[in-house]
Design a protein around this ligand. Structure first.
Ligand code: NAD
Length: 523
């Protein structure tokens, strides 16, 4: 069987899928063969030169048309994401339906000045008759390997800047959300030259095949294990990669925090997308003497939250069986090692729903504190003040984000300066994932990738220096050399070493070399 989707022929070999809301089987999606992947990259390569030659505004306008069409048809994306990974109404709208145009406009504002020609001022004495500038050259075909948790929104940060910079793009969507991502790619493809953007489906094998198919750069988002493999494979092929890996964000809750905002903030950022976000709060480091109060009030609030599938429910199901099993495993491990279950902790038995779960008295030997859980679970670790909390954040495996919840903003800023993470927030968390001007990045096992902001652009462009020399005569210091060249070099070295206070020595120095200088310029 051969099927045609966004500029790509794909062959037999199916990805089996189940809807996490009711465990209904979804139609299998054919896997791309190696030949189909190579063909997609070749078609992208063929389309890219003409795209790169188009004016920036022209490229931006085509993408704006696509983004407006996606925004108008947002219901389609919401239905797909509901089926594939179980995002219910409000979550589906805010995560995957609402951002197409706004994120694109933010990217246009970041990319336009960043890739414009940059003139360099050259010293006219040292480098007479010369001028220079730096152009930003698109890499060519960018491969984007994506996770499942934000199957459209997670792509903005790679696909939009790559295309705006003048690249072609081939996306390898997650095997858990292939059709949601395909919808995004198809909407872009409808407004762009044939072959410029395409999706190739499959799992890790197809992700690896995409890297081997001759792409010029790779933007990867996913787990640390895969990220390391991707970085190595790209390095072996001599192409740049940006690897954005996991997170295990902590919230530091200080005794002077505003209770209402802190409780609502912890709730939202621990449970949004059912905790399946790299920037979810997974650990709350709470000052010991206020921990009873905060934990008690959080538990009361969490028990009022509504699990889906009712319309406008707060909590969607976990997206897939692998994730569901991992959450159960982490909670069991914590309880076996002495954590206290405050609320939740039992799967509902319907679909892949799992209730908001609060664990108190957690310790660093527990998986729930150490490893990424990616579920609706918050581990409370009681700490002995801010310094203790910061030490714990800085020695954790991951270093994506951390937040400080305090009524004293000045102190909050001082503490934030001591956090070894990529994104430090005070009285908020993670929202900057939707602020393109700010880098989304981390340290330690979160990886070295940068998504968003001008700092993300080296994955999509390389700098090229262009130099124009108006001089007619050969440079005096070019070959063939003689003693005068050596003497002049020697003089220039002495001049650099001369102390300012000894400037009176200058005429003497020059006088001694006057013959040398004359014969140099007579060359
Ligand atoms: P994953 O690593 O299992 O898969 C990510 C993608 O890589 C998928 O498309 C997968 O098919 C592909 N892949 C798997 N093996 C491959 C290989 N050997 N070569 C090339 N591609 C391969 O991750 P996931 O479970 O899909 O996503 C969840 C992870 O993503 C979490 O760890 C989460 O923290 C992370 N994530 C990080 C960020 C961030 O900005 N740091 C954002 C979103 C998600």
């Amino acid at each position: 069987m051969t099927q045609r989707t966004a500029n790509l022929s794909i062959d037999d070999g199916a990805i089996e899928r189940t809807c996490p809301i009711d465990l209904r089987r979804l139609p299998a999606v054919p896997r791309a063969s190696d030949d189909a992947i190579r063909a997609a990259v070749a078609a992208a390569r063929a389309a890219q030169p003409a795209w790169r030659e188009r004016a920036f505004d022209d490229r931006a306008a085509a993408l704006v048309r696509a983004a407006k069409s996606m925004l108008a048809r947002r219901g389609e994306a919401m239905a797909l994401v509901r089926d594939e990974i179980g995002k219910l109404e409000v979550e589906a709208l805010f995560d995957e339906g609402i951002g197409h145009l706004d994120m694109l406009k933010q990217w246009i504002a970041v990319v336009r000045p960043a890739i414009a020609r940059h003139k360099i001022r050259l010293n006219p004495v040292q480098l007479p008759g010369k001028r220079a500038y730096i152009d930003q050259i698109p890499r060519g075909v960018v491969g984007v390997i994506a996770p499942w948790n934000f199957p459209i929104a997670g792509l903005y940060r790679a696909v939009y800047p790559a295309l705006l910079c003048g690249n072609a793009v081939v996306v390898k969507p997650s095997e858990y959300a292939p059709l949601t991502t395909q919808w995004f790619v198809d909407a872009l493809a409808a407004e762009l030259p044939d072959g410029l953007v395409a999706a190739v489906h499959g799992d890790g094998a197809q992700g690896a095949a995409l890297i081997d198919a001759g792409i010029d750069a790779c933007a990867f988002t996913g787990s640390p294990r895969t990220g390391h493999a991707v970085a190595v494979r790209c390095a072996e092929r001599g192409i740049p990669s940006s690897v954005e890996m996991g997170g295990k964000d902590c919230a530091i809750v200080l005794e002077d925090c505003d209770r209402e905002r802190t409780l609502a903030g912890l709730t939202h950022w621990a449970l949004a997308n059912v905790g399946q976000a790299c920037g979810a709060i997974e650990v709350a480091l709470i000052e010991e003497h206020v921990a009873d109060e905060i934990v008690g009030r959080l538990a009361a609030a969490w028990q009022r939250l509504q699990l889906g599938p009712a319309p406008y429910a707060d909590i969607s199901p976990l997206a897939n069986r692998r994730q569901y099993d991992l959450v159960i495993e982490h909670v069991a491990d914590a309880l076996a090692k002495g954590a206290t279950l405050v609320c939740g902790g039992q799967a509902t038995g319907e679909g892949l729903f799992y209730p908001p779960t609060l664990l108190d008295h957690c310790t660093e030997d527990m998986k729930i504190v150490r490893d990424e859980t990616f579920g609706p679970v918050l581990a409370v670790v009681r700490v002995d003040g801010a310094a203790d909390a910061i030490r714990r954040v800085n020695r954790a495996r991951y270093g994506l984000g951390a937040s400080i919840w305090t009524g004293d903003l000045a102190r909050g800023e001082q503490l934030a300066a001591r956090l070894d993470v990529g994104i430090a927030s005070i009285n908020n968390h993670s929202f900057t994932g939707a602020v393109v001007a700010l880098p989304w990045t981390g340290t330690r096992e979160t990886g070295f990738g940068v998504a968003n902001s001008v700092h993300a652009l080296p994955t999509f462009v390389r700098p090229k220096a262009v130099v124009i020399d108006r001089s007619a005569k050969p440079e005096a210091w070019w070959m063939p050399w003689d003693r005068s060249v050596w003497e002049l070099g020697d003089l220039l070295s002495d001049l650099q070493l001369m102390k300012l206070g000894r400037a009176w020595k200058l005429p003497l120095l020059l006088q001694r070399r006057v013959k040398t200088i004359r014969s140099f310029f007579a060359r």
